[in-house]
Ligand binder design. Structure first.
Ligand SMILES: [Zn+2]
Length: 416
């Protein structure tokens, strides 16, 4: 983890972060300003007030375990996962600071489990995000207790402080509304989460056609994994582009996208799990959760249909660095050796970018990659972007990955 922070650039990526989200929605968090007296229906509304500032979490993805005051300009924030450890150390946090007087405020982020992972980002509107400069963040360990000391300068407006850019369901709704202006895209409801939230889906194909081959893309099983989510948005937009390749691809292939499988976890600011206390990406096989059962239903539906042929499954995530987890080339797939060919071509498209492929990761686990290959015999991949990978680079890789996926699929033999 130290290496990740060492490699954090000093400069602020304001422009990069803004470009991605501006196209998506300007409504993300703006409607939650200023701080409401009531919780927004997410997790518990945590609230701490000093004479200078109020901290609260009453907005989608807002979450800290608790807070307490240790001075008029200093707030202790306790961070804890939604379920007891062992849990993946994706220590999410998101809170809002509403100033009464402008000036500096210090937040001490105290980690009950794991430790500091996400570099703090700030925003006044939920659309424009800045990295906090290095000098305002100090990661430390005192007597075995892990914490981060974060200083922010408040002006006259509320400020969101968050582990990553916040991409709640409203952002997906706005994005789906925008991209379905294309006649090649149609959004629909896959089903409901455990808490009754919509789980949207999107079908991409040439309007009026019934392609015989299917690609399934999945996102946001793990709520904090925002760079994977950003990659998916760019990836999907590339499939919808007005390029000759994408047009040919949409004629032959139908792509079904489920961009956010765990909306409850996203809204509640979970580190990892669904509200069923389960890591959804360890539930492919048991299928104990309504969210994973919806995916099984979707994939089984494709399999049962004589005029449909699943060809590829890609699941978007984030971890501390960029990596593509695939099944090994020795596993038989239809089409054969697709992942080797795809990632080989991708490397050619991205000069200077070393493709990090790991074909041996967690092969025994009941995750989506293993299950979908084993059950349906198709190539499967977990597409992981680094937590702090430059957002322009995330977009560039996604665009190249989508382009080369289309090229490689178009080279495969069509069903007769
Ligand atoms: Zn993940």
């Amino acid at each position: 983890m130290d290496n990740v922070f060492e490699s954090m650039p000093d400069r602020i990526f304001r422009a990069d972060l803004r470009v991605i989200l501006l196209g998506v929605a300007a409504l993300a968090l703006a409607s939650f300003l200023p701080a409401p007296a009531q919780a927004a229906g997410a997790g518990d509304n945590i609230r701490c007030e000093t004479e200078h500032v109020t901290l609260d979490t009453a907005f989608p993805s807002g979450n800290v375990a608790s807070c307490s005051l240790s001075g008029s300009k200093r707030i202790e924030v306790r961070l804890a996962p939604e379920d007891k450890p062992p849990i993946n150390c994706s220590a999410w946090y998101a809170f809002r600071l509403t100033p009464r007087t402008p000036g500096k405020v210090t937040l001490i982020l105290n980690y009950e489990a794991c430790g500091h992972r996400y570099w703090p980002k700030t925003s006044t509107d939920g659309v424009n995000w800045d990295y906090l400069p290095k000098k305002f963040v100090k990661v430390e360990e005192i007597d075995g207790l892990k914490r981060a000391r974060v200083t922010v300068k408040l002006k006259n407006v509320p400020l969101f402080v968050s582990a990553q850019e916040i991409l709640p369901p409203s952002v997906y709704r706005a994005w789906l509304g925008r991209i379905t202006k294309s006649p090649a895209a149609e959004s629909w409801l896959l089903g409901k989460s455990a808490e009754g939230r919509d789980i949207p889906a999107l079908t991409i194909r040439k309007s009026g056609t019934e392609p015989l081959e299917q690609v399934v893309l999945l996102g946001r099983q793990h709520p904090p994994e925002v760079t994977g989510a950003l990659a998916m948005l760019s990836f999907v937009e590339t499939l919808l582009a007005d390029t000759p390749l994408a047009e040919r691809f949409r004629e032959r292939f139908e792509t079904i996208v489920v961009p956010m499988l765990n909306p409850d976890g996203v809204v509640r600011g979970h580190w990892r799990h669904s509200t069923g206390h389960i890591d959804l990406n360890r539930d492919w096989g048991p299928f104990t959760q309504p969210e994973t059962r919806l995916m099984k239903g979707l994939l089984d539906g494709i399999e049962k249909e004589p005029n449909k042929n699943l060809r590829l499954f890609v699941d978007f995530h984030s971890t501390i660095y960029d990596v593509f987890y695939t099944i090994p080339d020795s596993y038989e797939t239809r089409p054969p050796l697709f992942l080797r060919n795809w990632l080989g071509l991708l490397e050619q498209h991205l000069p200077g970018y070393q493709i990090n492929r790991d074909a041996g990761h967690n092969l025994g686990q009941p995750n989506s990659k293993n299950y979908v290959h084993k059950r349906y015999g198709v190539p499967t991949m977990t597409y992981e972007m680094g937590d702090e990978t430059d957002r322009q680079k995330v977009r560039k890789i996604a665009k190249a990955a989508a382009t080369t996926m289309m090229e490689t699929l178009m080279e495969t033999e069509a069903p007769r």
